[in-house]
Design a protein around this ligand. Sequence first.
Ligand code: NAD
Length: 291
Amino acid sequence: MNSLFERISGKTKLIALLGSPVSHSYSPRMYNLAFENLGLDYAYLAFNVENDQLKDVIRGLRGLGLIGFNVTMPYKTNILTLLDELSTSASLIGSVNTVVNTQGRLIGHNTDGMGFVKSLNEVGIQLKGRTMTLLGAGGAATAIAIQAAMNGLKGISIFNRKDDFWSKAEHTVEVINKMEVDCKCSLYDIQDYDMLRKEIENSDILTNSTKIGMVPHVDECPIPDGTWLRPNLIVTDTVYQPVKTKLLQLAEQNGCKIVNGLGMMLWQGALAFEIWTEKAMPIELIRKDLF
Ligand code: NAD
């Protein structure tokens, strides 16, 4: 690998990650590896931004003429009013994770939902005409629900607990049912086990997009046991720490096809890479590094 002084010149273009915290992020490693591999004169750096500084930071990035940036927690929603334009999916989802600077105009995209769809497509799973039970109503779940509806899913049953995300779930259901797509969306309490079991039985895909099962709570599972699962059910989890959650372990034991959260992470990054550089990210190289 070239050393920094060989890589960075007066012409190198910067792409940034804005969030708080950001020091744990895999993104700088992923993008810099991809730039290096393709011989692109870009560098990617993460910046820990305080809430009261966000507006000034965006003004600064505009002034510097940055190619673009990623936005992560907690700014995926706050950033909306600071941008000039939103993609259709970012606007429907109501959050942005990727911004591109096109001739001085900051355009916001959301690649999380499409990243999820791509992670299924690459293992031969298509959404068109299928139904999904979706657990969760936070940032990831909202992106998945909206994008999956845009990609032809015909039914989504969202389950969430009655916490701060419940009203967000109600809003998502309203948005999807008003979209000009053939998708019916409903909302249920995740603690209503009778309804949850029934909807899983009626679905082609079960997706966990809550924090259940994520480190350190690796023994938690959104369903009580494997009798709820059948071999032709596809089970996916957005959690990638651990790579195989308790839910995915149960699903695998019961013969289901499983998809973990690493593919979504990889593909949301690849889509952002393409938006900035108009080039395909070297997926297999990154997958090897990541997995
Ligand atoms: P969020 O904070 O926006 O939403 C959290 C969701 O989890 C809400 O629906 C909340 O009600 C639910 N929840 C939290 N604790 C719960 C519990 N104990 N029981 C039931 N429900 C609970 O978070 P997010 O950004 O949407 O992330 C959700 C999960 O998806 C996380 O595990 C995160 O790591 C993962 N994620 C993965 C990717 C990827 O690329 N694979 C991207 C984003 C998020």
